[in-house]
Design a protein around this ligand. Structure first.
Ligand SMILES: Cc1cc2nc3c(=O)[nH]c(=O)nc-3n(C[C@H](O)[C@H](O)[C@H](O)COP(=O)(O)OP(=O)(O)OC[C@H]3O[C@@H](n4cnc5c(N)ncnc54)[C@H](O)[C@@H]3O)c2cc1C
Length: 466
């Protein structure tokens, strides 16, 4: 017997479960098929567990530096197993929350692997060998997410080579680590492990770390990571065939025309994410697969109008808040409800290293490529009272503005708590605000956000505290 639904969602990660809740709000009968755990990568192997570990690293560093605040804590140490317990408790609590939300929305959850059949029904192979179920949906939403990409020869093993999946489960910290890839995940790990006292070497292929950020931001975060003690090698191509395992790992990288050797206890590969497109029955559909990701239109419809796809499996900005927004838009579109396509330029991007990095809109280089005449306003946290009070004055806010109109094109920040500050400029960008509007916005004193108001004034050389 098949069960009928308005929508069956394959994958209950951030994209899938949020889509299911929106479907329920719109009166659609929805089911989620999840082969692992509701919450997906973000909750179990991404955003939340990594931020829990980063927070412990931050508390450890601050406590070690407590004397600068007049606090005496002479013997500071940490117990990594307790740090892992805390991380797992946070994840478990949020997992229960997601389960509760789906129950509240009367959304059926199937624990098993879903795939599309020729008939466009969905086959669920239930976990624990409980057999199969066939679901008959009017629409299907693919939200199967992604997994760590590896380089041939650098696959994760039980001991030496890890991706972020294995790194999050480490029971003890190594003394030293090589991180292949200086993108968001690589730099968050570099920052956290360095704060825990691990010797970290980052090898990045591009000529700078966080290469998609504004050049000024990459330069500043590279300087600050080096100041922390992270060894950073850019413009270097790791040669997987040179990997040797023994006491630890050794590997060579092509760097400045030479093969340079690197050694450490462990190696973390963070070179991007690979879409989960296999084993979901795409070959039985007209869904078009690009080189790696499922192709959709702006409302996330594939070439089969009743099959939608969202989140990491369609590529683009592989972020949790993007996946959930895409899920909402896809559901609204299939329900015939009013909706609005997502503009990727308006998506805030955050890196939770210490200090943090956050941005929205065009970088200065992108704005120029788009043909804008631009000017930029920059303001350092050194002149911000709250940053001094915090004892964290590194970094700055940079606003990229169109010459003449003063229209805000992009905002880029490195510094304390900037991931919590980026939403102000995100909203400004959505509302098509100018630097003058931002300068007229009253920023309470003392706050870190004053740096945004000052950067807006700095666009025309009118900053007060510089
Ligand atoms: C270490 C790390 C840190 C990150 N930090 C952040 C961050 O701070 N902020 C941020 O915005 N993003 C972060 N991300 C990215 C974020 O986790 C992803 O963008 C987000 O999880 C994508 O959501 P999704 O729903 O598309 O896919 P996923 O969360 O990957 O969920 C997909 C789900 O589908 C299930 N599934 C797959 N195939 C099937 C099948 N055939 N049948 C049934 N179920 C299936 C999987 O088990 C999984 O639960 C991080 C990622 C990593 C790896």
């Amino acid at each position: 017997m098949t069960k009928e639904y308005d929508v069956v969602i394959i994958g209950g990660g951030t994209g899938g479960y949020v889509a299911a809740i929106r479907a329920s709000q719109l009166g659609l009968k929805a089911a989620v098929v999840e082969k692992g755990k509701l919450g997906g990568t973000c909750l179990h192997a991404g955003c939340i567990p990594s931020k829990a570990l980063l927070r412990s690293a931050e508390v450890y560093t601050q406590t070690k530096n407590a004397a600068q605040y007049g606090i005496l804590a002479p013997e500071v140490s940490f117990d990594f197993s307790k740090i892992q317990v805390r991380k797992n408790e946070i994840t478990d609590r949020l997992f229960k929350g997601v389960q509760h939300l789906l129950k509240k929305g009367k959304i059926d959850v199937y624990d098993g692997k879903g795939s599309i059949l020729q008939s466009k029904d969905v086959l669920v192979e239930l976990n624990n060998g409980e057999g199969e179920v066939i679901l008959s949906p009017k629409n299907i939403l693919l939200a199967t997410g992604s997994r760590p990409r590896t380089l041939p020869g650098l696959e994760a093993d039980e001991k030496y080579v890890m991706t972020s999946d294995e790194a999050l489960q480490m029971e003890e910290l190594p003394n030293s680590i090589i991180i292949v890839g200086g993108g968001v995940i690589g730099i968050e790990w570099a920052s956290m492990l360095m704060d825990f006292g691990v010797q970290v070497t980052v090898i990045e292929y591009a000529d700078r770390i966080l290469p998609t950020e504004d050049k000024d931001i990459s330069k500043e975060i590279q300087r600050l990571m080096k100041k922390k003690g992270v060894k950073i090698v850019t413009g270097a191509k790791v040669l997987p065939e040179t990997l040797e395992k023994g006491e630890g790992v050794s590997i060579k990288a092509e760097h400045k025309g030479k093969e340079t050797p690197f050694t450490a206890d462990k190696l973390l590969v963070s070179v991007g994410r690979q879409a989960n497109t296999e084993g979901i029955g795409l070959e039985k559909t007209a869904v078009e697969l690009g080189p790696v990701f499922i192709k959709t239109n702006e409302y996330y419809q594939t070439d089969e109008p009743n099959i939608y796809a969202i989140g990491d499996v369609i590529g683009g900005l592989q972020l949790a808040h993007v996946a959930s927004h895409e899920g909402i838009i896809a559901i609204e579109h299939m329900a015939g409800a009013p909706t609005k396509a997502l503009d990727p330029v308006l998506v805030p991007k955050c890196v939770y290293c210490s200090p943090e990095v956050a941005s929205v809109g065009f970088t200065e280089e992108q704005a120029k490529e788009k043909g804008y005449e631009v000017k930029a306003g920059k303001f350092s946290f050194r002149a911000i009272g709250k940053a001094l009070v915090f004892g964290e004055c590194d970094g700055f806010v940079k606003l990229v503005v169109e010459e003449g109109t003063n229209k805000l094109l992009g905002a880029h920040m490195v510094g304390p708590h900037v991931t919590d500050m980026i939403t102000e400029v995100g909203l400004a960008r959505v509302l098509d605000a100018t630097a003058i509007d931002i300068a007229h916005t009253i920023h309470p004193h003392p706050t870190l956000a004053e740096a945004i108001g000052e950067a807006a004034l700095a666009v025309d050389g009118k900053e007060i505290h510089a």
